[in-house]
Design a protein around this ligand. Sequence first.
Ligand code: NAI
Ligand code: 2PC
Length: 298
Amino acid sequence: MAGPPAVIWGREVEGLLRYRELVPRLEEALGKFSSRDPAEVIQPGRTTVPLQKHHGFMGLMPTYMENKGVLCTKFVCFYKREDGSNLPSTQATVVLLDPEYGNVKAVMDGELITRMRTAAVSAISAKLLMCPEAEVLAILGTGAQAMSHYNVFTEMFSFKEVRVWSCKGQGSERFCRSVSGPVTVCVSAEEAVRGADVIVTVTRCTEPVLFGQWVKPGAHVAAVGACRPNWRELDDVLMKEAVVYADSREGALTESGDVILSGAERRQPCSNPSEWEWKMQCPAQLVFDQWEAKSCKS
Ligand SMILES: NC(=O)C1=CN([C@@H]2O[C@H](COP(=O)(O)OP(=O)(O)OC[C@H]3O[C@@H](n4cnc5c(N)ncnc54)[C@H](O)[C@@H]3O)[C@@H](O)[C@H]2O)C=CC1
Ligand SMILES: O=C([O-])C1=[NH+]CCC1
């Protein structure tokens, strides 16, 4: 019988995860996923279960990397809490298995992993797609993802200004206390994003908060929050003007309300999908920062 799994929880995860190690590993994994080689990565679209009574959903997200000998799955629950609870909206657990025998080798607290992984993938998208002279970063939302995005974007890039906005100013004070650098708190989403070079949307709203008419040509948008087929963060104008990059085409077409409901034009994958096409001609660029590697434009 296999021994009991290692349990790596809370502070221990915090002590182990560093963006400077996470970012190159994720870049490598995204590249492997883009190669579509099943010996590199098998990652089917996630299975979701609505938790209607509790205003949430559970997602089951399995992955197998045969060449690396990694078999794992994440269980994630996300809640739209309006009850004043201090618990994070996201609860997640990552389970690592031995691919040969199927026994569980480790159980990890996935909350910080989710926060840091998601933000790191957005930052990778910015590294590849944003204009190199980018000076202004705008973050819409002030929750857990907003903070991790602030941390990794300011660690990897040198912005002259970081602006933040959240509906009704919710969480702005806590956000400013929690991050270690300067922030401009804006009174409207429009004020935050006008003239911004990079925009991160990490709200849990279901209607658009970012409108194409506010977004400057060439801006890079990392659209993270609308990860259910009936949720939106971006309006149709922006969706139609932008070149849309998705980490997973299948995921975007199944789960991204912005893609599904806007009827955004779908392009064929490029002929060599392992190369991320990043020469932009369109007014804005979007990255659907979900949970798998990107496909790229034709
Ligand atoms: N694409 C991905 O891989 C991931 C996506 N997410 C999604 O990102 C979003 C943010 O996640 P967390 O930061 O963990 O949530 P959170 O609950 O910590 O923060 C949500 C933020 O959205 C703001 N907000 C809520 N309703 C709003 C509205 N109507 N208009 C504008 N702002 C509003 C809140 O004030 C708060 O600042 C969620 O929708 C979550 O499902 C989270 C993790 C991974
Ligand atoms: O992919 C993920 O980890 C999540 N999506 C929505 C909440 C968390």
